[in-house]
Design a protein around this ligand. Structure first.
Ligand SMILES: C[S@@+](CC[C@H](N)C(=O)[O-])C[C@H]1O[C@@H](n2cnc3c(N)ncnc32)[C@H](O)[C@@H]1O
Length: 225
């Protein structure tokens, strides 16, 4: 009897959370990358990042304005979240979403040390961004989309969270460029990004090709006017 109970507990522990769809390892011919572990978060804040990735230029190209509601999806410890909060100002808001509670904790500590109050941290699920519907002017994903184990569910959730004319923005390391010093599964080609976005109700509306390592691509809802 005791053995049976133990077996049940072990089995129950290994069952996926109820109603969580299965995680994918591949999507539309692309290998999905492993989630970057929170223990590596220091790398996201490295001093040379702006020089390597032109992150200030990238944020300028977003054309974020005061009063906007922006989501930093897969925010990590908040490297982009804090400057975005400054860009939207006191009348705007930034939803900072991440699946790893440790990342959200680090973000909160960074918010507190800088006295920032217009960021709403959200500890999400791998298949559910947990964003309120029809609220976001922009959802930004910097080095994040290629890690999604549930790309279809995540894209549907973000689509629902965007306003009708809202934009989904991807910054992804360029797969077409061998000189970008990043592992292949953490890179994406423009063709692959377009294929996956088009299959999930998004159309390309703008792109910026001036970053040293990444594509920066802006998608609107395919049925938007
Ligand atoms: C490479 S880090 C990038 C962090 C941040 N965007 C930056 O540029 O500094 C990727 C982040 O995406 C998060 N992530 C992965 N899958 C996610 C999902 N389904 N929903 C929300 N966050 C996710 C990871 O936990 C990790 O913090």
């Amino acid at each position: 009897m005791r053995l049976l109970l133990c077996l049940f507990l072990v089995a129950a522990f290994h069952l996926p959370a109820q109603d969580a769809p299965p995680a994918l390892t591949e999507y539309m011919g692309r290998q999905i990358a492993m989630t970057m572990h929170w223990k590596g978060a220091e790398w996201l804040m490295r001093r040379v990042r702006d020089r390597e990735e032109a992150t200030t230029l990238m944020r300028k190209e977003l054309r974020v304005k005061p009063g906007m509601v922006v989501c930093d999806m897969g925010c990590g410890n908040g490297y982009h979240t804090l400057p975005l909060a400054e860009m939207v100002g006191a009348t705007g808001k930034v939803y900072a979403v991440d699946v790893q509670p440790e990342m959200i904790q680090m973000l909160k500590a960074n918010m507190e040390s800088k006295g920032v109050t217009n960021i709403v941290p959200i500890n999400s699920l791998y298949h559910d961004p947990k964003l309120p519907p029809n609220t976001c002017d922009m959802i930004l994903m910097v080095d994040v989309y290629h890690e999604f184990s549930h790309p279809v569910q995540m894209l549907a959730g973000m689509r629902a969270a965007l306003k009708p004319d809202g934009l989904l923005v991807l910054a992804e390391y360029r797969a077409e460029d061998e000189s970008v010093p990043i592992k292949p599964e953490h890179k994406m080609s423009k063709a692959q990004i377009n294929k996956e976005m088009n299959a999930n109700g998004f159309k390309l509306v703008r792109e910026f090709d001036g970053l040293p390592w990444q594509h920066l691509m802006f998608f609107g809802k395919a049925d938007a006017k």
